[in-house]
Design a protein around this ligand. Structure first.
Ligand code: BGC
Length: 901
C-alpha cells in the first residue's frame, strides 16, 4: 500500500543534486504530498551520509525534530570537506500521526571550500607569441596521462573572459557563457564538471577556447573595452580519483600550449566571425601535433575571489524553427522566427570551400516590411561563417548571443530560390531556471501578454537581469530589475539568479552606500565623469538594494539572503538619509524619475511626476523594508530606529507633497499611485487620492500615462482602493497606450515604449527603442495576485500562509487561473463565472494554509466539492462578511460553487 504521506521533491540550495557548492552550511527543502486534506508537518528527520544507500552510519542525523519547518533547513553536522559528495534523505511525520517513508536519496557535492586548494596557475598565451589584443579566440591545450581504474574525476574551471572546455575532442558540460558575469574583480564564479566518463585510460587532452566576453570585450553604449582587465586567462584544475584511493591533479600551468583557431572575432554585442578553413582539426584530441603552437605564461590574477557557481547556468533551453523566409521590398532574404527570441542561430550548410554566409539579426520589420536595425544602435549582431567545403557543416556561434525575431541571410547557397528552413534553428539561451508559474484567463490577448512577459524574462535573464538583450546595453539596470522582480519570481525559480546578482550589488555598492545604475557595474565612473559625480545613482533604481532581497524573502522565505544583504540594505537607506535638506526628504540630486512616462515633455524621457517626490516615496519604501527586515532578523534597535525614520519620512512627505485639499501636488497618474502603494497616506487623504487616480484614468478614456515607476503599481493601486474594474479596463484596453496595444501590433515580447511601433507603423526614435524590455511586464504580478487571486499573507513568507482572493471586475473576464510552484509545492487559484454561477478551484500544498475569499457569496449557498459548505477536514474556519465569505483551509484541493448574491 502506498503511504498517504510522501516526500515529493528534495532540494539543496534551491537545486536538485547541486554539483559544486561552496556553501559551508547548505540548506535543504522538500515538498510534501499528502492524500488527506489539512496536512501540517509535525516533525522531520534528516540524515546525511558519505555513502550512498548506506545511512547506517550517517555523519549527521537530526533525529526526530518537532517542527513544521520544511524549507531552508540548515545543515548543522560536522564541517564539510571539499570535493565531497554528501547524500541525504528526509522523513516526516504529520499531525494526524502519519509517517512518511524515507525520501529518495539526494545529494550535494562540495567544490573547493578554501582558496588555498587552487594549485593551478592562471595562464594566458605568451604575449611574445600571441598578441593579447587579438580579436581571435585563443585555444589552449594540454595532453595528460591517466591511469586505469578511475573512480571519479572533476574539473574546476574558470576564466578571465569566456571559456568553453573540451576533453578528448568533446565538449565538457552544456553550460554557455561560462563563467557568467559577476563583479569580476571581487567575485568570479568557477564551474564544476563531472568528467568521470569522459576520461580514458592513457592519453587525454584538455582544450580550452577563450574569448573576451564581459571581462574585456566591448561593453556599454560608451563602447568601453577592458573593463575588468586587458588579458584573457584561464584557470583549471582536474582531480582524478582512482579506485585504490590515490589521487592525481592536473592544472593549468606553463606546460600548456596556445594558439588561435577558426573564431576570428567573438563579441557579445557584435556577434561572431568564424572561418571553418582555419579549424585545427583534432586540436583537442590526443595525437595532435602541437609543435608549432605557442607557449603560455602565468598570469597574475588572484584566486581568493573565486566562488563556486551560484546561478542557474545559461543553456540552450529550447530550439525553434523559422516559420517562414521571405524577400523584403528592398530585396533582402529574411527568416522569420515567429518569436522575438534571445540566443543564436544554428545553421547547416553544404557549400564549396570559402563560401561566406552572413546572418544579421533584428527584432522587427519597418512599416515598409524591411528588416530594421536602427534600434540596435552600435550592436552589430552579425554572425559570419565561412565554409571549409567538406560536406555538411553545422555551426552556431560560441561566445555571443543575439536578440532577434528576424534574420537577414546573405551568401547561403542558392538562396535566391528560397532558404531551406530545416537548415536553420533558433537556439533559445538563458539562465536555466525552473518554470514555476502559469497564468491564463478568458481573454486571448491577455494570455498572449502573459506569454510575452515570460519571453521577455527569458531573453533578459541571461545570467544577469538586463534591461534589453539586443542593443549596445544588455546591462543589469537596477531599476528594471526591482520593478520586475515580483513578476519574475512568479514565473521562474529566481532564488539562485538573484542571490548571485545581489551579492554583486553588494560588491559594487560604493562605500557611502550608493548603488550604481547597473550591476555588475560596467559603467564604473564613466557616467559620473561625463555628467558629474551626483549622477551615480537614482531613486527607484538604487532601491533594488532593498526591494530585491525583500521580494526574495517574501517569495522564498530566504532569511539567510536577507541577513547577508542587511548591511547593503542599511547602507543604501543611510546613504539617502544624508542626501536631502533634512533626513526625511530626498530632495536633491539626479533621478530618472518616472522614466519614459507619457506625460514627459516632447523629446524628453523624464516623466512629469516630480522626481523628488518619487525619490522621497521610494525612500519611504526602502525604509519600511529595512524596518521589516530588522524585525525579521530580530534587530530590535534598528527596528525602532527605522520605524521612527519611516514615520518622519511619511510626515514630511505629506507636508511636502499633499495639498490642503488632500491631493498630491502634481496630478499625474504616477504621483497618485505612489502614496497609495507605499502606504504614505491614510483616511480621507487616501480616499481622495484613490479617487483622483481613478478619475485621471477615466478622463483619459481608460488609458495609462505611466512610465517605469508608476506602471508596475498602477493596477494594484486601483484594485486595492476600490477601483478594480478600472484596473481591469486598463488591462483590456487595446488602443494606444496600453499593454494590449503592442499585442495588436504583433508584439511577441514586451516593448520598452508604449509606442515602440506607432499606429502608422513608424517607430519611436532609433535612440531608445527596445522591443524586448521586461519592465512593463511587471503587470504580471497584478495579474497573478489580483486577477487570478493567487497571493500570500505578507506577515508570513514563502506562501506558508496563502491568500486566495479572486476579483471579478466588471464581468469582461469570465475565467482566470494561476499556478505557482512555491517552496512548499503547487498552488492553484482558478475561477470562472457562468450565468451568475461562480466556480472557484483552489489547490493548497501540504504544510501550508490558505485564506480564501469567495466574493459575493453567502454561506448557505455554497457547495464545496459537491457538498454543503461547513467545517470539515481541512476546512478550519468560515465567516460571512459584507462582500462575501472568508474560508480558512489547510492543504488539499477545494472546489467552491455558488450563485452570486
Ligand atoms: C535602459 C533602461 C534603464 C534606463 C535608465 C536605459 O538605457 O535601457 O531600461 O533603466 O536606461 O533610465
Amino acid at each position: 500500500m502506498t503511504n498517504t504521506l510522501r516526500i515529493k521533491e528534495i532540494k539543496c540550495e534551491y537545486k536538485k543534486n547541486p554539483l559544486g557548492l561552496d556553501i559551508k552550511k547548505p540548506r535543504v527543502s522538500w515538498v510534501i504530498e499528502a492524500d488527506r486534506r489539512g496536512m501540517i508537518q509535525q516533525a522531520y528527520q534528516i540524515q546525511v551520509s558519505l555513502a550512498k544507500g548506506n545511512f547506517g552510519d550517517p555523519i549527521w542525523d537530526t533525529g526526530r525534530v518537532e517542527s513544521d519547518q520544511s524549507i531552508h533547513i540548515e545543515y548543522k553536522g560536522p564541517e564539510l570537506k571539499s570535493r565531497t559528495r554528501y547524500y541525504y534523505r528526509v522523513k516526516i511525520w504529520d499531525h494526524f500521526g502519519g509517517e512518511s517513508d524515507w525520501s529518495e536519496i539526494a545529494w550535494w557535492e562540495t567544490a573547493l571550500l578554501n582558496s588555498n586548494e587552487w594549485e593551478a596557475k592562471w595562464i594566458t598565451p605568451n604575449p611574445d607569441d600571441l598578441d593579447p589584443l587579438l580579436e581571435q579566440v585563443f585555444l589552449l591545450r594540454k595532453e595528460l596521462d591517466v591511469k586505469v581504474n578511475i573512480e571519479s574525476a572533476r574539473i574546476y574551471a574558470t576564466s578571465a573572459g569566456l571559456y568553453e572546455l573540451s576533453l578528448n575532442g568533446e565538449r565538457v558540460g552544456d553550460e554557455l557563457l561560462t563563467p557568467g558575469w559577476t563583479s569580476y574583480n571581487t567575485r568570479l564564479q568557477y564551474q564544476t564538471y563531472d568528467v568521470t566518463n569522459q576520461l580514458v585510460e592513457g592519453s587525454n587532452v584538455l582544450g580550452i577556447a577563450l574569448a573576451d566576453g564581459w571581462y574585456k570585450g566591448n561593453l556599454t553604449w560608451l563602447e568601453k573595452r577592458h573593463i575588468y582587465g586587458d588579458r584573457r586567462a584561464a584557470l583549471l584544475q582536474l582531480h582524478v580519483r582512482y579506485e585504490d584511493g590515490t589521487e592525481e591533479r592536473v592544472g593549468t600551468d606553463t606546460t600548456w600550449k596556445s594558439s588561435t583557431g577558426p573564431i576570428l572575432m567573438s563579441e557579445l554585442y557584435d556577434g561572431e566571425r568564424y572561418d571553418a578553413r582555419l579549424e585545427k582539426t583534432g586540436w583537442n584530441g590526443s595525437g595532435y601535433d602541437d609543435t608549432y603552437w605557442n607557449g603560455v605564461i602565468v598570469h597574475n590574477l588572484p584566486v581568493n575571489h573565486l566562488v563556486a557557481q551560484e546561478n542557474w547556468p545559461a543553456r540552450v533551453t529550447e530550439k525553434i524553427h523559422p516559420v517562414s523566409a521571405f524577400v523584403t521590398p528592398s530585396g533582402d532574404t529574411v527568416l522569420d522566427m515567429g518569436q522575438n527570441m534571445v540566443g543564436r542561430m544554428r545553421i547547416t550548410v553544404t557549400a564549396p570551400k570559402g563560401t561566406k554566409i552572413v546572418l544579421k539579426h533584428a527584432e522587427v520589420l519597418d512599416k515598409d516590411g524591411n528588416i530594421y536595425f536602427g534600434n540596435l544602435r552600435k550592436a552589430d549582431q552579425l554572425v559570419e561563417y565561412t565554409t571549409k567545403g567538406e560536406g555538411k557543416e553545422t555551426y552556431a556561434p560560441y561566445f555571443t548571443f543575439q536578440g532577434f525575431r528576424y534574420v537577414k541571410v546573405e551568401g547561403y547557397p542558392n538562396q535566391e530560390n528560397g532558404l531551406p528552413l530545416e537548415n536553420f534553428i533558433g537556439e533559445v539561451i538563458h539562465s536555466d531556471m525552473e518554470l514555476t508559474g502559469e497564468f491564463e484567463c478568458s481573454n486571448e490577448m491577455v494570455n498572449k501578454l502573459q506569454q510575452n512577459i515570460v519571453w521577455g524574462q527569458r531573453g533578459n535573464f541571461v545570467d544577469v537581469p538586463t534591461d534589453c538583450p539586443q542593443r549596445d546595453e544588455r546591462l543589469g539596470w537596477t531599476g528594471d530589475a526591482q520593478i520586475f522582480i515580483r513578476t519574475a519570481l512568479f514565473n521562474y525559480q529566481g532564488g539562485p539568479f538573484f542571490t548571485k546578482w545581489l551579492r554583486d550589488l553588494k560588491a559594487d555598492q560604493r562605500s557611502n552606500g550608493s548603488v550604481p545604475f547597473v550591476i555588475p557595474n560596467a559603467l564604473k565612473d564613466y557616467i559620473s565623469t561625463l555628467w558629474g559625480d551626483e549622477t551615480y545613482t537614482s531613486s527607484a533604481w538604487g532601491d533594488a538594494a532593498t526591494v530585491c532581497p525583500w521580494t526574495l524573502y517574501l517569495s522564498y522565505g530566504d532569511k539567510r539572503l536577507l541577513s547577508e544583504q542587511y548591511e547593503s540594505m542599511k547602507s543604501w537607506v543611510d546613504f539617502i538619509r544624508v542626501q536631502g535638506k533634512d533626513e526625511f526628504l530626498w530632495d536633491t540630486g539626479f533621478h530618472f524619475g518616472d522614466w519614459l512616462a507619457l506625460d514627459a515633455e516632447e523629446d524628453s524621457y523624464f516623466g512629469a511626476t516630480p522626481e523628488h517626490m518619487v525619490a522621497t516615496a521610494y525612500y519611504a519604501l526602502s525604509t519600511r523594508i529595512l524596518r521589516d527586515t530588522a524585525s525579521v532578523l530580530e534587530k530590535q534597535e534598528d527596528f525602532e530606529f527605522y520605524s521612527k525614520l519611516l514615520n518622519g519620512i511619511i510626515a514630511n512627505f505629506n507636508e511636502a507633497y499633499i495639498t490642503e485639499t488632500n491631493q498630491v501636488i502634481a496630478q499625474t497618474q504616477t504621483a497618485n499611485i505612489l502614496p497609495l502603494m507605499f502606504d504614505l497616506v491614510e483616511g480621507d487623504v487616501r480616499k481622495q487620492i484613490a479617487y483622483d487616480l481613478n478619475d485621471l484614468v477615466v478622463k483619459n478614456d481608460y488609458h495609462l500615462t505611466t512610465g517605469f515607476v508608476g506602471t508596475p503599481y498602477l493596477c494594484i493601486a486601483l484594485s486595492e482602493n476600490g477601483y478594480h474594474s478600472t484596473a481591469e479596463k486598463l488591462l483590456l484596453q487595446e488602443t494606444y497606450p496600453s499593454w494590449l496595444y503592442s499585442i495588436k501590433k504583433g508584439a511577441t515580447t514586451i516593448w520598452e515604449h508604449w509606442d515602440g511601433i506607432k499606429e502608422d507603423g513608424s517607430f519611436w526614435s532609433d535612440d531608445m527603442n527596445s522591443f524586448n524590455h521586461y519592465a512593463y511586464g511587471a503587470i504580471g504580478d497584478w495579474m497573478y495576485r489580483y486577477v487570478a487571486g493567487l497571493d500570500l499573507v505578507e506577515t508570513e513568507s514563502a506562501y506558508k500562509q496563502i491568500r486566495i482572493h479572486p476579483r471579478f471586475g466588471s464581468g469582461e473576464i469570465t475565467f482566470a487561473r494561476a499556478m505557482h510552484h512555491s517552496m512548499y509545492g503547487k498552488i492553484v487559484s482558478s475561477w470562472s463565472i457562468n450565468n451568475n454561477e461562480m466556480t472557484i478551484e483552489v489547490e493548497v500544498p501540504a504544510n501550508t494554509t490558505a485564506n480564501i475569499t469567495l466574493p459575493n457569496a453567502r454561506i448557505g449557498d455554497i457547495k464545496e466539492s459537491g457538498k454543503e459548505l461547513g467545517i470539515s477536514e481541512g476546512l478550519f474556519e468560515l465567516s460571512q462578511f459584507d462582500g462575501g465569505v472568508e474560508v480558512t483551509v489547510g492543504s488539499g484541493s477545494y472546489r467552491f460553487v455558488y450563485k452570486e448574491s
